[in-house]
Ligand binder design. Sequence first.
Ligand SMILES: [Mg+2]
Length: 408
Amino acid sequence: MALKSKVSSLSGDSSSSSTLYPSASLVTSSAASSPLSSLFPVSMQPAGFSTTLFTAVVPQKHQKVDEHDCVHGWLETMKASSPPRKEHLNDNNLDEASFSATKALYYNWMEEHPSALDKLEDIAKEAEKKQVAVFLDYDGTLSPIVEDPDQAYMSDEMRSTIRKVATYFPTAIITGRRRDKVYDFVQLAELYYAGSHGMDIMGPAEGCNGVKANGFKDKNNMGNDIVFFQPASEFLAIMDKVYKELIIKVKDVEGAKVEHNKFCVTVHFRCVKEENWSTLAEIVQTVLQKYPDLSLIQGRKVLEFRPAIEWHKGKALEFLLKSLGLENTSDVLPLYIGDDRTDEDAFNILRDRGIGYSILVSTVAKATSASYSLRDPSEVMIFLQGLVNWRALQDGNLPNGCAHIFGH
Ligand SMILES: [Mg+2]
């Protein structure tokens, strides 16, 4: 199989110019004026707009690679999909004209992808008498993006919020990480977990919020009854082999990290000096050539080996909807929140079916199939808390500490 057909890019943005956008809370300022603003606890109100934080929108191109330039192509796209850290940019980097132009571009983008905080009232209206189901990415959605993927902890406040979400709605985490790893971060047994981009799905046999999934029955290592589904189980041995091989081959590349995500193996470039990126990418290329049944995906400072099967977060979403009995019904309102290119597959499913709402978490303008946007995990938490409070209000069960917020 030619490398050309094996490599997928996660980038779909046709923008070719590097543009700077304010990353602070332009989008959330109107949340306070929303009729439903009282659903957001005061402590969770987003900060107002600040001009001190900026993030770059960098070019993201569809990548054309072949045997000769694939390494260069990977690195180009990876740089494009990995905006520089905020602290590298500040007001001093922008002249007034650039600032105005970028602010205008940002507002234009927000017109097409308004803040989900502003749209909560619309969502709530549509959700009345419907079964809401919540699907959440993990990294960059529930936890901040960090240098060390092993340190991507979610806050206790976020965990508490997710726990409340699962009290009211069937809830699933859909992540590129291995399922057991993200479970260790989240630590909520009542959720469904779809790890390895949905290739490893597990949930509580008793269901989540009364909604049970069909699947293979088993027990987890704590003896609890679970249901699971693994569409790529025949690849487990190959992934172990690839992981071991990569660990040995990258050991001399300072900062390189290889993560075994069970059905995917991820090579992290984040802590590697940029001058050594091509060396690491060449190692990846060498290993990839030996495994014709695998494909390579590019993400934010990562290259990832995956089974070359038609399976992704969108398929996982479809599978979960079906196995939860939430498919083919007009009584269901799925919400999907994610920050990565891999989440676009799920956004596309909702868009194509014309159901639910997809929400992109981003501080920058991006090409996306999502309907709405949120800026960062803190806004995700505010949105989810608002959703919980709305449903609690409907049920006549105001959450603790919220009575004064509703003026009752
Ligand atoms: Mg993510």
